[in-house]
Design a protein around this ligand. Structure first.
Ligand code: GDP
Ligand code: MN
Length: 397
């Protein structure tokens, strides 16, 4: 789960990490009052969306003005005006895709004078199963670009979970970042705070880009992105409360409410499958026959008719879906339950695209009988490759 920059900064602040003072604005009429609570002489007005690259992004609506999603203002009035221009408008960045994201919250912060922009991040290194730090002198840029062009400017190392954070880790980063004097101690303290936060809250990723050296020579976290392990949220009510559902794919959100393992993808063939392995194989074989899956969906072993109905409705609600492939190997899952779910969903929302069904296993004859008796226009398939071939043919002609 991701959170907004202003929420991440509040967390950082609560661990003692250096961040500017700021307040979030959600309603245009509050912009002036809220801007007035922040000290000048410089204000930064920042669109809050779960995507990076806001500074270099652009708004779809001309009313938002020419500038991107991070704007500097020299007065309270100007800060309030910039906030109003961004609220409710659509920001496009290289991470949002061409459709962009609607800005429902704007953060107004006390602006910093910047001497240097640096990069600092933490994540889980899958190879070693440890927490890793990544830092670079090239802040404010995409780390992917730095890694491609000047990999020697990135330092990365992992922390041994037995010893945990040690001050020398912080000093190692400080020297790699070219910090000096009091900044070295500040860096070491910050790294310790980040490590504690990461562990305490079951983070997946923390990215501070940029971490800056201010005009006064102090370290400050100017931007903050945080992601949390969804499987650990049950023990972090405070983090779960930060969830912004408007930032999530509505289909994935609906799926999570019904406990379905669903991930939206860009292709044209919707898939309903039981078992993660079979779901992956189904996606692979769709690709093999020259089309792209519109989603990953594992309805699970113990799915009820209601759950199957919801899953089918989520698939049909996707306008990219030009055909649906139901691929079920009934073990614990019974084929008749799947068939009932599909029929119930189609009765509710209709079916405007071709549907190929491959059923095998427990109660397969019962399942087929339900589909045949429903009057639905179902294309039956015998096995996995037959099913993939038929749905791709039905969609692509
Ligand atoms: P992003 O574009 O979504 O990554 O948003 P950031 O928060 O990283 O801001 C983008 C850029 O805006 C930064 O790299 C800075 O150059 C600039 N910026 C952000 N906050 C301040 C500030 O307080 N003062 C100044 N002078 N520039 C800022
Ligand atoms: Mn940034």
């Amino acid at each position: 789960m991701n959170i907004h920059e202003y929420q991440a900064k509040a967390l950082l602040r609560s661990y003692g990490a250096p961040v500017s003072n700021g307040h979030v604005v959600t309603r245009a009429e509050e912009a002036k009052t809220i801007a007035g609570e922040i000290d000048g002489p410089l204000w930064v007005v920042k669109a809050q969306i779960h995507a990076g690259g806001r500074g270099k992004g652009h708004f779809v609506e001309p009313e938002a003005g020419e500038k991107g999603g991070v704007r500097l203002a020299k007065s309270i009035g100007e800060a309030a005006e910039e906030a109003k221009k961004m609220l409710g408008r659509t920001l496009v960045t290289h991470q949002t895709g061409p459709v962009g994201k609607q800005v429902g919250r704007v953060y107004i912060e006390n602006g910093s004078g910047i001497a240097r922009e640096l990069y600092l991040a933490m994540l889980i290194d899958r190879q070693s199963s440890r927490i890793a730090f990544v830092c670079s002198t090239e802040g404010g840029m995409d780390i992917e670009e730095v890694a491609a062009k000047t990999p020697d400017r990135i330092l990365s190392f992992t922390i041994d979970p037995v010893t945990g954070y040690q001050p020398y880790h912080g000093r190692r980063i400080a020297f790699a970042l070219g910090l000096e004097g009091k900044q070295i101690k500040q860096c070491s303290t910050l790294i310790g705070q980040l490590y504690k936060l990461f562990l305490d809250k079951d983070c997946e990723m923390i990215e501070i880009n940029p971490l800056v050296v201010t005009d006064a020579g102090d370290l400050k976290c100017l931007d903050a992105k945080m992601a949390f392990d969804s499987n650990a949220l049950y023990r972090h009510d405070d983090i779960l409360a930060l969830r912004d559902e408007t930032e999530e794919d509505p289909k994935e959100l609906a799926a999570s409410k019904y406990d379905l393992n669903y991930i939206a993808l860009d292709g044209e063939i919707g898939c309903m499958v039981n078992g993660a392995g079979l779901a992956m194989a189904t996606m692979d074989i769709i690709k093999l026959y020259g089309a792209e899956p519109a989603n990953f969906l594992d309805v699970g072993g113990g799915a009820t008719r209601e759950k199957v109905t919801e899953a089918f409705k989520i698939i049909t609600s996707d306008p990219n879906v030009k055909g649906i492939l139901v691929n079920i190997f009934g073990g614990i899952m019974r084929c008749d339950v799947i068939a009932e779910g599909v029929v119930a969903a189609v009765k509710e929302v209709g079916l405007k695209v071709p549907l190929v069904v491959r059923l095998e296993g427990t109660n397969v004859e019962k399942g087929k009988a339900i589909l045949n008796g429903s009057g639905l226009d179902v294309i039956a398939a015998d096995d996995l490759s037959d099913a993939a071939e038929k749905i791709v043919k039905a969609v692509k002609g």
